[in-house]
Design a protein. Structure first.
Length: 752
């Protein structure tokens, strides 16, 4: 792909990306010619011992040696900014974006593909339902692996990519660390405590990590809705000011117990326990000019308890002929208890509307896998295996409005079961010193069955996918460290249980049994959903520099079939006496997405003599997509921006025990056309982070950090051509403003 031509097709707001893109490609092209080898002498020379530099195999070297494209983030990078959430770490990585308010974390997306396109793994296993990466303390993570393309072993439910979180453990040396921190955001305190201990006794090794935190935050939001009747010219302006305060306490404990025999076989147990309890209160004031307001003000409370316990085990037996047999299992139990209460005052003069919802959900999961790895003399590494996952859910829920239950047909017990089976085989082959291949084939089937209530018929959904996968690495010049990567893959995204089988959810703004508006729909499931299938192509060039430096450019393309998207329609429903607008996930057609991800990491003094020891870590990405079933312009995939940019630098002050650094993260604003009648937009987001690390002595250091310097509000909105009850066309525009704040952190890190 020609870099200049690509840039000429982009909007003006992406010019900054394209300048960096073109400059880096020019530098890479110039760097492709290797230095000539020194002339060989024909005169015998005296054999002398030369100094040998011992270079450790770190994250960068592991990345270079991997045939499948992989980015590895180690402890140094995880600790650098003292982040309180994992997603704040991920937002600085190439091609990763995070939705929501600046500095708050949120669900991460690779290539801007949100909503289930990114596969999240914990120690190689899929994260349990309801588990958020932000429930995991960064202090409990050993490393983070980013896989841009799926492999047969890691699974193909990764159209955007895979994020694998490896928890701490497996050290050969003693470790005993304590970290005490205090955060402050807009006057709300956020204390944290983390402790990790590792000990080795003979063939036995254990690691125990514990973290606890309290998070208090204000989540105020102002919503503005402007409605224009294009037939009568009537205008309605509505402003809802919401004041929301929440507090959440969380405890996370995980351990790794490992035994190794003299032959190298290992037995590992990994228990994990997470508990959180959050609650809050909210109040709103609604001002409306024109028309009849649905209420004047509201008050509400919420209470949520989440707990999950999991134990995973792994036995690895080393084969005498080379290779190993690996058996894994996992058993988990999760529970959610939620209670929400909201009262809308003056729904009609002198009449209030009250809605109470409660839910008690239980998930039980079991997973097992068997894998055989065999190393052959002809440079083949063969891997084959099978996986089995079982998940059962039981939910008891009630919805009460003004003493009555509008969801009588759905209240009660929801039961569902998911069975997933997979078989795979792959071969990693060092074909020549310059070529390495990685070929795999994976079959995966998912069967979902359940019932919304005792009175409702059972629904089922069954799907299976066969996914061939091919990766290759080519090293043009053996005397250099440059290499070219290529991947041709097939991946998919399966509909989750919530989108397949879900109790209807009544919109809280129009919670009475009368009509609602298209912009404020109810929500329900669709048991007829089909999985999305994607064919992917990746092409990357990597140049490895002195130290741990790297320059890389990665091009990607995905063609998606059976795209799933939420659509709103007017339906006759059981919970109201009149038709209501209901949003359900639907398969709407096909889509394509493509882009480029650029990365540069280096120490300036490694490239220029006498330069200061500045460590640069920068990346820029450009994204583009098109949905065939939606007319343009801006018919992109949901929540995919035009790109993202990170500019970061660290500096170790000479002769001082002081290191400082900063990072600027920028995501430009964009508009998404969801249907022919509806569009959504998100304003640009800029997040500036900085840190200062003072090393007190070999056993203690003090880290001070600030996230979201110069805070800007997070603004979203939309446009909708709709029809009112008289079948008149109305134009609705919305805007939502969520203020953000600077988060300050002070943390003491002690080695006991």
């Amino acid at each position: 792909m020609n870099g200049t031509a690509y840039c000429n097709d982009r909007p003006h707001k992406a010019v900054g990306f394209c300048v960096l893109f073109t400059a880096l490609l020019a530098g890479l092209a110039h760097a492709q010619t290797p230095e000539p080898a020194p002339p060989q002498s024909t005169t015998p020379a005296t054999v002398t011992l030369q100094p040998v530099e011992v270079v450790g195999v770190g994250e960068t070297e592991d990345r270079r040696r991997s045939t499948a494209s992989k980015i590895i983030i180690g402890r140094d990078e995880i600790d650098r900014f003292g982040d309180s959430t994992v997603s704040e770490i991920l937002k600085r990585l190439p091609g990763v974006t995070v939705q929501g308010r600046p500095g708050r974390g949120g669900a991460p997306s690779m290539r801007g593909l949100a909503g289930g396109y990114t596969q999240i793994l914990i120690d190689g296993e899929r994260a349990p339902r309801g588990f958020s990466l932000d429930d995991l303390s960064p202090e409990q993570i050993e490393r983070i692996e980013i896989l841009r393309a799926p492999t047969a072993e890691t699974g193909s439910r990764a159209i955007g990519g895979t994020i694998n979180i490896i928890t701490r453990g497996g050290y050969s040396k003693r470790l005993n660390e304590l970290r005490i921190g205090l955060g402050l955001e807009n006057g709300h305190q956020q204390p944290t405590l983390a402790w990790s201990r590792n000990e080795t006794q003979g063939n036995f090794n254990y690691n125990l990590s514990l973290s606890a935190n309290r998070n208090e935050r204000a989540n105020d939001v102002t919503n503005v809705t402007h409605t224009q009747n294009l037939v009568t010219g009537e205008l309605t302006d509505q402003t809802e000011v919401n004041e929301i305060a929440n507090a959440r306490n969380a405890i996370h404990v995980n351990a790794r117990l490992q035994w190794r025999d003299e032959r190298g076989s290992t037995l590992v147990l990994m228990p994990m326990l997470v508990f959180s309890h959050g609650g809050g209160h909210s109040g709103s004031q609604l001002q409306q000019v024109g028309g009849i307001a649905p209420y004047t003000h509201s008050a509400g409370t919420s209470d949520t308890r989440f707990s999950t316990g999991r134990v995973a085990g792994q036995w690895t037996y080393r084969l005498e002929q080379g290779g190993n047999v690996n058996l894994r299992f996992g058993l988990g139990q999760s529970e959610w208890l939620t209670q929400n209460q909201r009262t809308n005052f003056d729904v009609t003069p002198g009449v209030n509307g009250q809605q109470n919802t409660s839910s008690d959900q239980h998930d039980t999961s079991f997973s097992s896998s068997a894998k055989i790895t065999k190393t052959l003399d002809n440079q083949h590494s063969l891997v084959s295996g099978m996986e089995l996952d079982l998940n059962r859910r039981a939910e008891t829920a009630t919805t009460v409005q003004n003493g009555e239950s509008p969801l009588t047909d759905f209240d009660g017990n929801l039961t569902a079961a998911i069975i997933r089976v997979a078989f795979y085989a792959q071969d990693e082959w060092a074909l020549t010193p310059q070529w390495a291949l990685h070929a795999g084939l994976r079959w995966e089937g998912i069967d979902t069955r359940g019932s919304i209530s005792a009175n409702a018929p059972d629904v089922s959904n069954r799907s299976s996918v066969l996914t061939p996968l091919l990766h290759a690495v080519w090293k043009p010049w053996l005397e250099s460290r440059d290499q070219l990567r290529m991947s041709l893959t097939r991946s998919y995204r399966s509909p989750d249980l919530q989108n397949l089988i879900a109790r209807p959810s009544i919109n809280s703004m129009y919670a009475v049994s009368g009509p609602n508006e298209q912009i404020h729909p109810d929500r329900a499931g669709n048991p007829g959903l089909k999985p999305e299938l994607a064919t992917g192509l990746d092409l990357a060039f990597e140049r490895y520099l002195a130290g741990n430096g790297i320059l890389s450019a990665n091009l990607f393309y995905r063609s998606i079939h059976n795209l799933m998207r939420s659509e709103t329609a007017l339906e006759t429903v059981a919970w109201a006496s009149v038709p209501r607008w209901v949003s359900r996930m639907q398969n709407i057609g096909d889509a394509t997405t493509h882009g480029i991800e650029l990365e540069a990491k280096f120490r300036l003094s490694d490239l220029l003599e006498d330069a200061p020891k500045l460590d640069f870590h920068t990346n820029a990405s450009l994204f583009s997509s098109s949905v065939s079933g939606v007319p343009g312009p801006n018919n992109r995939l949901s929540q995919q921006p035009d790109g993202t940019l990170n500019l970061g630098v660290d500096y170790r002050v000479p002769h001082w025990p002081l290191t400082l650094g900063g990072n600027l993260n920028w995501t430009p604003g964009y508009t998404t056309r969801l249907t022919a009648q509806q569009s959504a937009w998100i304003a640009s987001k800029r997040v500036g982070d900085a840190y200062l690390l003072w090393t007190v002595n070999t056993s203690a250091q003090l880290r001070f950090s600030a996230s979201n310097l110069a805070p800007h509000g997070y603004t979203t909105g939309g446009f909708l051509d709709s029809r009112n009850g008289l079948n008149q066309t109305v134009l609705i525009t919305t805007e939502s403003l969520q203020p953000s704040y600077t988060s300050w952190q002070l943390r003491l890190e002690i080695k006991l």
